[in-house]
Design a protein around this ligand. Structure first.
Ligand code: GAL
Ligand code: CA
Length: 338
C-alpha cells in the first residue's frame, strides 16, 4: 500500500485510500488555567468536526508546561523530533518566543502562538510563525462600557454618593499583555466620560480564583463597604472576589464585579445576579482559527488566502459584552456542540 502523504503514520479508509494524518502539538503554559482548559476542550471537539469535514485524521497532543519555560521548551523539542506537522505554543514566558521560532524554522515546522502574544518583531522573524488571540484593548474598553451602562441605569452604584467610583483592580500575571492593557483601558473608558474613579487598591492574583479571593478578603477587611466596583482582568479572579464577598456576608448591596473571559461559571454568576458582567474571550473562534491554519499549512497552502479573520500572520477574535440581558444567548453558544 502506498502512503502518499508525509513520512508519518499512514491510515487507510474503508476503501483502502490513504488518509492524510495531521499531527498537531499543543503546548499550554499550564493546563489548570480555566480559559486555556476551555480552549483545549474546544480544540478536541472542533478537531473531530474538522476530520469529518476534510477527511483527514487529526492527532492532537496537548502538553502542560506547568508554568515552566524549560518544561515547555522540552515539550516543543519533542514535537520537533517526532516531526509534528504544526506546533501550537501558549508561551509560559512570552518574551522568549524567538527561541521557539528559531527551532521551528530550522526544522521547517510552522508554529502558531496563541493567547500569550509574542512581540511583533519575533513573529516577523519567520513568515511561518502565526499568532491567534484577541485585541486586549477591546476587552478593556468593553469592560469599562459595562460599568458605564450600569452606572447610567443605576446611579446607586456610587454607594456613598460622592460622585466617584471607589474601585479595586484584580490583575492577571504582570508580564501578560492582557493584564496591563485591560487594566489601562477599563479605567480610561470610564474616566473618559467624565466619571471619576478612585483606586483603593490593586494587585496581581495571577488569573487565579483562590488568589483573587485572598486579595479581596484582605481589601474587605481594610476598606469594608467603601469598595463600589471590582474590576478584574479575568473571570476566575472576579469569582474569587465574589467568594470573598460571600464569606464576609457582604454580597448583598456589595460592589459590582466585572470580569473578562465569559467562562461558564462566570455566566452562571451573571445569570444569578452575583456578577454584573463579563467580556467574552471567544475560545471557540480561537480554537477554530488554530485548526484552520494548521490544516491549511498541512496541505501546503497559505492560510492567508482561506482562514477567516486572518490578517497577515495574525488572527484576532472579536470580544462581546455579556450581562444579564444576553447571558442566556452566551450560555447557549458555549454549550453548542455542532
Ligand atoms: C487571558 C485570559 C485569562 C488567562 C490568560 C492565560 O487571555 O483572560 O483568564 O487564561 O489568558 O494566558
Ligand atoms: Ca463613591
Amino acid at each position: 500500500m502506498a502512503c502518499l502523504f508525509g513520512a508519518t503514520a499512514c491510515h487507510v479508509d474503508g476503501n483502502s485510500h490513504p488518509i492524510q494524518t495531521v499531527k498537531i502539538g499543543v503546548a499550554t503554559y499550564r493546563s489548570d488555567d480555566t480559559f486555556i482548559a476551555a480552549l483545549c476542550d474546544d480544540l478536541e471537539r472542533l478537531s473531530k468536526d474538522k476530520e469529518a469535514e476534510t477527511g483527514k485524521k487529526i492527532i492532537l497532543n496537548i502538553t502542560d508546561g506547568k508554568n515552566s519555560q524549560s518544561n515547555q521548551n522540552d515539550q516543543v523539542d519533542n514535537f520537533i523530533s517526532q516531526s509534528y506537522d504544526v506546533i501550537c505554543v501558549n508561551m509560559v514566558d512570552r518574551t522568549v518566543a524567538a527561541v521557539i521560532i528559531d527551532k521551528a524554522k530550522r526544522a521547517d515546522i510552522p508554529v502558531i502562538f496563541f493567547n500569550r502574544e509574542p512581540v511583533e518583531e519575533d513573529i516577523r522573524m519567520w513568515n511561518r510563525a502565526y499568532y491567534v488571540g484577541t485585541d486586549a484593548k477591546e476587552s478593556g474598553i468593553m469592560q469599562g462600557q459595562i460599568i458605564l451602562d450600569a452606572v447610567q441605569k443605576n446611579p446607586e452604584i456610587d454607594k456613598n454618593g460622592d460622585g466617584k467610583l471607589q474601585y479595586v483592580m484584580l490583575e492577571g500575571e504582570q508580564a501578560h499583555q492582557d493584564s496591563l492593557i485591560r487594566t489601562e483601558y477599563s479605567v480610561k473608558t470610564i474616566t473618559a466620560t467624565g466619571i471619576q474613579m478612585e483606586k483603593l487598591a490593586n494587585d496581581t492574583a495571577n488569573w487565579q480564583r483562590s488568589l483573587g479571593s485572598a486579595k479581596m478578603l484582605a481589601w474587605l477587611d481594610q476598606f469594608g463597604d467603601e469598595i463600589e466596583v471590582v474590576l478584574s482582568n479575568n473571570d476566575d479572579m472576579a469569582l474569587g472576589a465574589i467568594d470573598a464577598l460571600k464569606e464576609r456576608d457582604m454580597l448583598e448591596n456589595g460592589p459590582v464585579v466585572v470580569g473578562v473571559d465569559g467562562t461558564m461559571s462566570a455566566l452562571e454568576a451573571i445569570q444569578n445576579g452575583e456578577m454584573l458582567g463579563s467580556v467574552v474571550n471567544d475560545a471557540q473562534i480561537q480554537a477554530q482559527a488554530m485548526l484552520d491554519i494548521a490544516c491549511t499549512l498541512a496541505d501546503g497552502e497559505d492560510p492567508q488566502a482561506t482562514v477567516q479573520r486572518m490578517n497577515g500572520q495574525y488572527v484576532r477574535a472579536p470580544h462581546r459584552i455579556v450581562t444579564q440581558e444576553n447571558v442566556q444567548e452566551e450560555m447557549d453558544y458555549l454549550t453548542q456542540t455542532e
